[in-house]
Design a protein around this ligand. Sequence first.
Ligand code: FE2
Ligand code: FE2
Length: 358
Amino acid sequence: MVDSLKKPKFEEIRPGVKVPAKETIITPRFYTTDFEEMAKMDISLNEEELQAILEEFRVDYNRHHFVRDEQFNRSWDNLDGKTRELFVEFLERSCTAEFSGFLLYKELGRRLKGKNPILAEIFTLMSRDEARHAGFLNKALSDFNLSLDLGFLTKSRKYTFFKPKFIFYATYLSEKIGYWRYITIFRHLEQNPDDMIYPIFSFFENWCQDENRHGDFFDAIMKAQPQILNDWKARLWCRFFLLSVFATMYVNDVQRSGFYESLGLNAREYDKHVIEKTNDTAGRVFPVVLDVEHPDFYNSLEKCIDNNEKLKEIAASNTPAPIKFLRKLPHYVSNGAQLIKMYFIKPIRVDRLEGTVK
Ligand SMILES: [Fe+2]
Ligand SMILES: [Fe+2]
């Protein structure tokens, strides 16, 4: 008999449909943009590369990849307690992030149709990939007797508006970091097959190639708009996006180190590897990258993690709200100070490295 005490209870909208996780500053975001500006964009500077990328998307290498095979046909009750909770959370966060990509790309494909045909078709084909990824993750949730109501999520989430150039910086990084996250887990499990606690990870190798191609598309579109890469504002914004993406991931993952432990990974080492690789990759298109080897970089991130621990403790205490706020304040201030400190670590200019392979 299954010990029901070992199975964490999740809040449900209706039987088997999980209440989406609360939105916080670090949950996956949903984006919207200025569709008119995007439609009017002149891509002629890099049209050849964009056309080649479109051809690749049309080939649809992963057409037959996302098929659940016999590996899934068993019970997962062996994943219990905290591991099960962290696992479900991982599936939910990943599904939400993939679905958010789907919604944005789908809408872009729809709004650009007839106005910017190459971009419209690329966005539509990328939304096809993201729909597959989100669907596959949602199906995985059903192995744990849960699912996400994606229609409900579409209507209930708040959308963050970003001008097209910010959409490019942010989605480029999220695709590339997604690639490095998936491939790093895949390579680790390839070396350590005993840590393969659930078969979804064996799909990551081909899966992450989709993310890599999506990232390459944003690389190509930014190169068609050099004005968003070659001035001082671009350098400041690229630093900002690199830092926000890296800091969010690190704080998130270290808080969930139990999940990575269950795969035989150390969350900090895993994240440091992913950050280093994504930072290097970003140097192929961004004019600057971060000096992630500077000792202050991870020291500051660790301070943010300490602050967040304290903030959680205060939030869980029985203190009256105004006192709670006063106790939280210094930790918020400290987080802000750490982020500013990291932002001002001298970045590495990569747009001046003449003659190197970018
Ligand atoms: Fe994806
Ligand atoms: Fe993607």
